[in-house]
Design a protein around this ligand. Structure first.
Ligand code: ADP
Ligand code: MG
Ligand code: ZN
Length: 487
């Protein structure tokens, strides 16, 4: 079972369908709140409960957000799209149909760029094509409790979603993960969605097939439903690729099916086979006129978009001389990118600032599991601290713990360094006497050095650094010791 998911003989083919909740206050066709975590069935009305005689009214804000999402992923926004009824029965679907778009979706074409060969991140970006983006309403939630009782919560019924369908362009579980991260980043950049996975605002179905390398025809696919974390997507896709290869190598055949992944056991279960696939009997919703989007509205929306992550990455590379990998890390969110740019501008040494952001700021955030925006550190404070290091006024070693202080409580780096007595020792006279002391106290080490063991120098350096509480410049100390010992 530990077979590699892609090997010399087999190629994986993956296409993803993402359901993403649009950031609105109210539902897609009624005024009910979309607030998360309220008492069950508290955000409902005759429209989303499908009471007779109620009529849907389209939420303008949801349409605007959907257009922004489409433009940010390079799609063509169609002048005309049509809401259709997708008919099926389920307890959490009171209308007996879901309003979606089918034959005429909001947007078509487009692409999302992913970095290739995730390892180094230095590779060229690769375009994953999008088939379409359409608008639809969410269904309610069935809650299966321990006592084998199923309860229905309709708060989520009618919440606005877009479904983003990719072409089968992805070739590995890692690429699927990279695509989802890139897509989520874009949606958050252009503020059409918080895309919070834990709140179910960004959910994914993965379609998977395999074929022998060199073959151009697609294999039979299966569909993994409702994966709600990036890790689960990658794990589930990997497990499914392995399963399919094994079935075919053992002379079997892949049957088209809808699958469910159990993350606890790492196992895949069949929900239904294609033979019992639904016929949704789609037809245009007679209660809603076709959605007309004028070219002018699209133009205005395009103009209002902020710089996209891919453009920012390219600019960070050319403007600040950063590597593709560094630019990728620093543009992971709009907040982080803005923070870096402000600090880099304040200090005037972008590479040095990039280093400190990537190494120390990100580490401090990770350790505390917080978002940058929720902390006390300002770009001005970071740039001041980095400048003090670059000017030799405090050693990097002593400055690093101060990043965590800035993250937690903020403050003025200049004052922090002074309060804690961390100013670098630049007094050569003092350093000389400390070096002399260390040499006198460690005759064995000195002999070792003279006997040709270069490692001993590091030990002696460590002693000097200790005596100066890390406040001496390591380069200066090394030079000083080498001179004294050599002479
Ligand atoms: P459905 O609506 O039944 O889910 P679609 O034709 O809309 O079917 O396809 C859904 C997704 O499946 C798309 O993301 C597409 O790229 C992907 N897909 C289609 N054929 C294959 C295949 N042979 N292998 C992997 N993915 C595929
Ligand atoms: Mg599907
Ligand atoms: Zn309602």
């Amino acid at each position: 079972m530990s077979k590699a998911s892609c090997n010399q003989d087999w190629e994986a083919v993956i296409g993803l369908e993402v359901h993403n909740q649009l950031a609105t206050d109210s539902k897609l066709f009624c005024g009910c709140s979309v607030a998360y975590g309220s008492e069950p069935n508290h955000h409902t009305c005759p429209v989303c409960l499908a009471l007779p005689g109620s009529l849907p009214v389209l939420n303008r804000r949801a349409v605007e957000n959907a257009i922004r999402a489409a433009l940010a992923t390079h799609c063509t926004v169609n002048e005309r799209s049509v809401f259709a009824r997708k008919n099926y029965f389920y307890p959490d679907l009171p209308k007996g149909y879901q309003i979606s778009q089918f034959e005429e979706p909001l947007a078509t074409g487009g692409w999302v760029e992913i970095p290739t060969d995730g390892e180094s991140g230095e590779g060229e970006a690769r375009r994953i094509r999008l088939t379409r983006i359409h608008m639809e309403e969410d269904a309610g939630k069935s809650i299966h409790d321990a006592a084998d009782v199923t309860r229905v919560d309709l708060n989520r019924t009618g919440v606005p979603l877009i479904e983003i369908v990719s072409e089968p362009d992805l070739r590995s579980p890692e690429e699927a993960g990279a695509y989802l991260r890139a897509l989520r980043e874009i949606l958050r950049y252009v503020e059409v969605s918080d895309a919070d996975l834990e709140k179910g605002q960004f959910r994914c179905d993965a379609n998977v097939s395999v074929r022998r390398r060199g073959e151009s025809e697609l294999g039979t696919r299966t569909e993994l439903k409702n994966l709600n974390s990036f890790r689960f997507v990658e794990d589930a896709v990997r497990a499914e690729i392995e399963r399919q290869i094994e079935v075919i190598e053992e002379g079997g055949e892949i049957r088209q099916a809808t699958l469910r992944y159990d993350p606890d056991r790492g196992r895949i279960h069949v929900m239904r086979l294609k033979e019992d696939a639904h016929d949704y009997r789609y037809f245009p919703d007679p209660d809603l006129i076709p959605l007309a989007i004028e070219a002018e509205a699209v133009r205005a929306a395009r103009e209002s978009l902020p710089e996209l992550p891919e453009d920012k990455r390219a600019r960070f590379q050319s403007e600040y001389g950063l590597s593709a990998y560094d630019a990728g890390q620093l543009t992971a969110s709009r907040g982080l990118a803005d923070f870096f740019e402000a600090a880099a501008r304040a200090h005037g040494a972008p590479k040095s600032v990039a280093n400190w952001v990537q190494r120390d700021v990100l580490a401090a955030l990770k350790e505390r599991e917080v978002e940058l925006e929720a902390t006390a550190i300002t770009p001005e404070a970071l740039s001041m601290l980095v400048k003090m290091v670059d000017d030799g006024r405090v050693t990097a070693r002593n400055a690093r713990p101060l990043v965590a202080v800035l993250v937690e409580t903020g403050g003025d780096p200049e004052a922090l360094v002074q309060e804690r007595g961390l100013e670098a020792v630049s007094d050569t006279g003092l350093l000389e006497s400390v070096a002399d002391e260390v040499i006198a106290a460690n005759p064995k080490a000195v002999d070792g050095f003279r006997g040709g063991d270069p490692k001993v120098l590091n030990f002696l350096m460590g002693q000097v650094m200790k005596k100066t509480q890390g406040k001496a410049d390591p380069g200066q100390v090394r030079e000083l010791l080498a001179r004294k010992l050599g002479g």
